[in-house]
Design a protein around this ligand. Sequence first.
Ligand code: IPM
Ligand code: MG
Length: 360
Amino acid sequence: MSKQILILPGDGIGPEIMAEAVKVLELANDKFDLGFELSFDQLGGAAYEQYGVPLADETLERARAADAILLGAVGGPQWDAIDPALRPERGLLKIRSQLGLFANLRPAILYPQLADASSLKPEVVAGLNILIVRELTGGIYFGSPRESRVLENGERMAFDTLPYSESEIRRIARVGFDMARVRDKKLCSVDKANVLASSQLWRTVVEEVAKDYPDVQLSHMYVDNAAMQLVRAPKQFDVMVTDNMFGDILSDEASMLTGSIGMLPSASLDANNKGMYEPCHGSAPDIAGQGIANPLATILSVSMMLRYSFSQSQAADAIEQAVSKVLDQGLRTGDIYCAGTTKVGTAAMGDAVVEALRSL
Ligand code: IPM
Ligand code: MG
């Protein structure tokens, strides 16, 4: 039976980078006889324009029915002034939460070819391979009450809530330990337990889960220290597990260690490894439509999809090899360009990966 993949290009550079990822996915589909059927729909601002909401019910139903979802990016300044409940980001948060995609895997891997593109010294980042496991459907992103109001004295105030239940912590901790187990067996749990009640529970529950993983070395770190350690000595980390907001921030930070956020894919998985795959970067409205965005994070998201949702590790490896080969050839989009390499646009980069994959 064929496998259904729903493609949601989104906004900004989303459609441009997705076009390249789709070329790669279609070639992989043929080459490895994967039996995928692709269908397309809208999310974010593009959905707001087409359906009047950032995630239409019919799109959500299609996403539920699909075997996997590939997403570009959402958001843009043209939707800054609309009702906050209809902002593009709301569509993204809703699809994550409605599909129960609680486990967000964000690998930060430095391709040796890009050591010079990192803002850190090559010796600090050489060989870097970190996996950030971010909780994605709880915490302050979804906590209620959340409100913005005017006090009796006329002053405006607003607040959010940061709740975590032990079951939410336990299931993401398990993902962190499971991932560490098949890597270097080191898990660092990041929290703010010196201040936040939610973090104190986080730490307690992670300790409890650790009893089932005696082979994994667990450490705890406060998030401010983790942010500092990531730029001081990032190679001390193997797997990091953390809450929704800390993971959002730390994964952007970790991405820059690898040269560019334009290189980093992500997987958001539910309890059965059904997933949505997307680049870690945003919709980059400042460069949208110019054909210069880096499509590699989205192409590498295709590879993660093949690996995690379809257990097609041979095809996933091949896509990663093709990306590596293109970097060996010296091809670079502007975000990873440095002297001595060849600057190319989005489509040329995608075509080069397709060629490399074809000839593997
Ligand atoms: C991310 C993004 C999203 C998030 C935004 C677009 C809502 O920054 O996937 O990291 O904060 O989760
Ligand atoms: Mg983010």
